[in-house]
Write a protein that binds this ligand. Structure first.
Ligand SMILES: *Cc1c(COP(=O)(O)O)cnc(C)c1O
Length: 411
């Protein structure tokens, strides 16, 4: 999964490696699966926040929101900073009025956060299979899953490559469904030349979790063009406190006065986190270019191995390259688990995105799901692994991973 610390097994392995070979000069240091790139500007901004005396939501969170709208380049958007993408997805569905009796369609091939927020609201999740090439939602399966109870669809831009938003939006419009994009992997990603976040969806939600394309440690951004959704999300982000309710009627409210209009949540982003986000956002394009260059290097180095390499973006589009996901070809000499073991033995971290939701006990049991219902996701899952891809990697790091893969696959 995206958020787990190194497994017990992995930690034991790292400890064992350093314990048995503490001073082997030829031993390369462990190459983690993911690492954030935090610079002096981020550190200085956090220190400035700490010295300012204002550490929770305040001027820096506001500036991060304004900068985010400027980044997306569309002043008709509103950006609402939250303390996770999960929070943002929850707020989005709540603002859209999703509740008991409703169904929301998403893909089985995602992180549980996409689907769990539907359950927070007492609505039901309808999981569908993925396109075998992109591992984004299978648009035909989405359309076939629509029932009179369906209220919304949540496409995931898997690995940072855009889902087929043109077709998804057209089907959603025809059936009167809301569209909430899970853009946790998609900063910056384009679809038909338009940045994700600026499309014609109801809400788009980005993640700034530690291993995402930019990070605030924990954090997220809800983006919408709909003033009513924005107003509701802002109220629900902070305990259901509404200031507009009395501002309209009373010019002079004492500063201590507030009104609670709903049982809201505690989803605000702190200024400490926003301080990181302000500078990470300025580097988002440079980070993407670096990841794209490293991905292209993998493409070249791995081309002749029995692997299925990740799909390229559509012509002219930007791929965020959050993940570099490879799949073993049918004729590969070893299995996925053995390949991950071989990489760990070579001191290289990797991960799997994702164990599909239909295999997890909660989702499987709640909806009586079978692997046979999701053949594309299941097949991909059994043969996939994500190898390291982040801006701090060097060309030598990429070469090292490629060499380890070659040794494992060619013997
Ligand atoms: C990371 C992730 C999330 C959750 O993001 P948080 O900011 O950790 O809440 C949701 N969906 C997908 C696809 C993700 O990868």
């Amino acid at each position: 999964m995206c958020g787990s610390p190194p497994s017990k097994l992995l930690r034991a392995r790292i400890t064992a490696m350093s314990a048995t070979e503490p001073s082997d000069p030829n031993k390369l240091p462990f190459l983690p699966f993911a690492l954030p790139e935090i610079g002096e500007a981020e550190i200085a901004e956090v220190v400035d926040t700490l010295r300012s005396g204002w550490v929770t939501t305040g001027p820096k969170a506001r500036r991060f929101e304004q900068d985010f709208v400027a980044f997306l380049g569309d002043p008709s958007l509103e950006a609402i900073a939250v303390n996770s993408a999960t929070a943002g997805l929850h707020l989005a569905l709540e603002a859209l009025g999703i509740g008991p009796g409703d169904e929301v369609i998403t893909t089985t091939h995602t992180f549980t956060a996409t689907a769990e927020v539907v359950r927070y609201l007492g609505a039901d999740v309808k999981l569908v299979d993925v396109d075998p090439a992109t591992l984004c939602i299978d648009v035909d399966a989405f359309e076939a899953a629509i029932t009179p109870r369906t209220k919304a669809v949540m496409p995931v831009h898997y690995a940072g490559r855009a889902a087929d938003m043109g077709r998804i939006a057209a089907i959603a419009r025809r059936h009167g469904l809301k569209v909430v994009e899970d853009a946790a992997h998609a900063l910056p990603t384009t679809c038909d030349g338009q940045l994700i976040g600026t499309l014609d969806s109801d809400v788009t939600v980005f993640s700034f979790y530690a291993n995402k394309t930019i990070t605030t440690g924990e954090g997220g951004m809800l983006v919408t063009r709909d003033a009513a959704i924005a107003a509701r999300a802002k109220v629900m982000r902070l305990h259901g406190i509404n200031r507009d309710a009395f501002d309209r009627f009373t010019a002079k409210v004492p500063s201590w006065y507030y009104e609670i209009v709903a049982p809201g949540f505690k989803y605000n982003l702190t200024d400490i986190a926003a301080a990181l986000g302000i500078h990470q956002l300025q580097r988002a394009h440079a980070f993407q270019q670096r990841r794209a260059a490293l991905a292209a290097r993998y493409d070249a180095l791995l081309a002749d191995l029995p692997l299925i390499l990740p799909p390229q973006p559509a012509a002219g589009d930007t791929h965020a390259w959050h993940l570099y996901v490879i799949r073993l070809a049918e004729d590969a000499p070893i299995g996925r688990d053995a390949l991950i073991e071989a990489l760990y033995a070579a001191g290289i971290g990797c991960s799997v995105h994702y164990i599909p939701l239909h295999l997890h006990p909660y989702w499987r049991e709640r909806y009586d799901l079978q692997a046979e219902d999701f053949p594309k996701s299941q097949h991909a899952y059994e043969r996939m692994l994500s190898i390291p891809l982040y801006s701090r990697m060097t060309e030598a790091d990429v070469d090292r991973v490629a060499t380890a893969l070659r040794q494992a696959l060619r013997g």
